[in-house]
Ligand binder design. Sequence first.
Ligand SMILES: Cc1cc2nc3c(=O)[nH]c(=O)nc-3n(C[C@H](O)[C@H](O)[C@H](O)COP(=O)(O)O)c2cc1C
Length: 272
Amino acid sequence: MALVEFNKETCIKCGICAAICSAGIIYYKKDHYPRLLPGAAEICLRCGHCVGVCPTDSITHQELPLERCPPIDKKLKVSFKQVSQLIKSRRSIREFQDKPVPIEVIERIIETARYAPTGHNNQEVRWLIVNDRKKMKELADVGADWMRWTVKNVPGMAEMLVDPIKRLDAGYDVFLRHAPALVVAYAEKGNPIAATDCAIALGYFDLAANTLGLGCCWAGFFYFAAGSFPAMIETVALPEGMNCYGALMLGYPKYKYQRIPPRKPARIIYRA
Ligand SMILES: Cc1cc2nc3c(=O)[nH]c(=O)nc-3n(C[C@H](O)[C@H](O)[C@H](O)COP(=O)(O)O)c2cc1C
């Protein structure tokens, strides 16, 4: 059986499947049925565009069966205004309620965020969830060690850490902001597109989390430490060969924002 088959009883020969195929493995000539080119199985990205775009459900992809491709619910279409407010009103949350985040809620958000695009549809983003107060404290303590070590040993970062370390000394967890949970996106070391894929996935996660009343903050300090500080690498304990490409602190925000602070205007250049 071919990887992709076209149902000649229902196909209307519109050729859209061939037009959108990113790998160019569907051949189409006007008024003819589309067909798969030789070697397609090796080249196919498994992106499912052909199945998703066909107006008559005439495509069977062996690895992406129709039952795994739910119809798009037109009633759920969101407006630009809604998306714009969601993006603009999202804040980096640094004060959290003392309330755990149910693991099912985190999983539900990941279930959406995993649909974020990945280079060549590689879908190699993996997730680590830390959702335990004791483990969060352990990470924060190692993070504090990293900050104290860095301020003494990494000239480029010392300046940035002087003030945070004063707050650390005063008992405030400037590293993980006393967040109840942390979500880490990781992937194989050496995957050249992984940093971008993970950042996009976490960005989607952040927005989706906001719609469920949660708030996130990018854990930049954690990211640095998880990539270079042996004690942190050991504490995070990612599977062999994997690298942390980004992380979000997560929890229920303690305070509600009432307004959207301004940002620099977009700096755009045009090639008209
Ligand atoms: C890559 C990245 C790393 C960040 N790291 C931290 C961090 O370690 N701690 C923190 O409190 N905020 C961190 N932030 C949050 C920024 O300070 C924040 O996005 C910025 O001040 C703008 O605020 P807003 O996100 O509410 O618009 C980080 C943001 C990004 C994008």
